[in-house]
Design a protein around this ligand. Structure first.
Ligand code: SF4
Length: 368
């Protein structure tokens, strides 16, 4: 578990986002049965819906959970106590993963309190291991996958390279790995944990051209396409809509000219974003044996979108950003991207650019 796991405390009614807004809440079968027994399911039947797989979900009212009180508290908890909560509400932002004999505990980037911890910790973000006195069955994840995930974290924590380079090297690494081939995977783990090889790779990357008059319009296209597809989150109203309104009056050339100045400014946030990426890989890295490659592609897109939204916000605010902007915008994208299933998010990105955004050249353009 990450070092701050035990210190984490939900800020409840003081939360700047709250889990009870904007996203569909899946009500697990056992909890829905409890609602039926208590007569809640009938009394509030208009609050529930069924998706096309037969799962029960809370129906949002003006973007809020129907049980959210005006004071930002859960009416169900007030009336019935904490045991009434469905699995999602009871556990968020905790992410528990049981692999044979080991319990992994993580915290999602989609919670502003978690991000505040990530911002306060000087890298490298570390993880604790504890003896657990229980016989856990769970998914069998090979030691190889764990080593691969942990080596991915090591790459992200290489402070001798700028963050974009660490992310792109990680992407190149993940493209080579096929955990079904143990010999090959061991070979690449060895290669990508050798400083000499990593230095050479970095030297090659910095020689690659990435003209700003292509990068900025391309990133804008993704940012605009993505924002139009997912616009219903509270962060839209707070950040994205004002940014889009502002930017509609700014010439692309002006944005291109300001990018380098912003990049200098953005360097001060590297520590925070390093922790953000490390936390993402820790939580997502072993959820599916072969998923890490796709998860890393998504991470590159997520960081590109966050950085670009911050760039526009910085431009809008006369070249200034405050902590609230950085936390708020990164939380907004984490909520949209990390909370959706991998397949859902791949589908959205594919719809924007016919799968083109997943091409290595385009990912380089975005992240560089
Ligand atoms: S998003 Fe985090 S801090 Fe906010 S209500 Fe949910 S768990 Fe609490």
């Amino acid at each position: 578990m990450p070092i701050f796991y035990d210190d984490f405390k939900c800020s409840a009614d003081k939360c700047t986002y709250t889990c009870c807004k904007d996203w569909d809440i899946l009500v697990d079968k056992n909890t829905y049965q409890k609602y039926e027994e208590l007569g809640l399911a009938v009394r509030h039947q208009e609050y529930f819906m069924e998706d096309n797989q037969g799962n029960k979900k809370m129906k949002l009212l003006n973007g809020n959970c129907p049980f959210l009180s005006e004071q930002g508290l859960c009416k169900l908890v007030i009336e019935y106590g904490e045991n009434i909560l469905c699995h999602t509400c009871e556990t968020f932002p905790q992410q528990t993963f049981v692999r044979k004999g080991v319990l992994e505990l993580g915290l999602s980037n989609a919670c502003p309190e978690v991000l505040r911890y990530l911002n306060s910790i000087k890298p490298p973000l570390s993880f604790l291991e504890d003896e657990v006195d229980m016989n856990l069955d769970g998914t069998i994840i090979s030691e190889l996958v764990i080593r691969y995930r942990d080596s991915a974290i090591d790459i992200l924590q290489l402070q001798e390279f700028p963050l974009w380079a660490r992310l792109y090297i990680l992407y190149m690494y993940s493209k080579r790995i096929n955990v079904k081939n143990e010999v090959e995977t061991n070979y690449y783990i060895e290669q990508y944990t050798t400083m000499e090889y990593l230095n050479e790779t970095y030297q090659q990357l910095i020689k690659l051209d990435n003209p700003l008059d292509y990068k900025i319009p391309a990133t804008f296209e993704l940012f605009f396409g993505f924002s139009s597809k997912v616009s219903r989150d509270i962060g839209d109203i707070r950040y994205i809509v004002p940014i889009l309104e502002y930017v509609s009056n700014v010439e692309m050339d002006v944005l291109v000219e300001s990018w380098e100045c912003f990049e200098e400014y953005f360097r001060y946030s590297y520590n925070y974003f390093e922790n953000f990426c490390v936390n993402y890989v820790f939580v997502k890295g072993i959820q599916g044996e072969n998923e890490l490659k796709e998860r890393i592609e998504i991470l590159l897109l997520e960081i590109s979108l966050i950085r670009f939204a911050l760039f526009l916000q910085w431009h809008k605010n006369a070249h200034r950003l405050n902590e609230e902007d950085i936390m708020g915008i990164s939380c907004y994208y984490a909520r949209i991207i990390e909370h959706r299933s991998l397949q859902q998010i791949i589908k959205i990105i594919e719809e924007i650019g016919d799968g083109e955004w997943f091409q290595p050249g385009n990912l380089f353009t975005l992240i560089r």
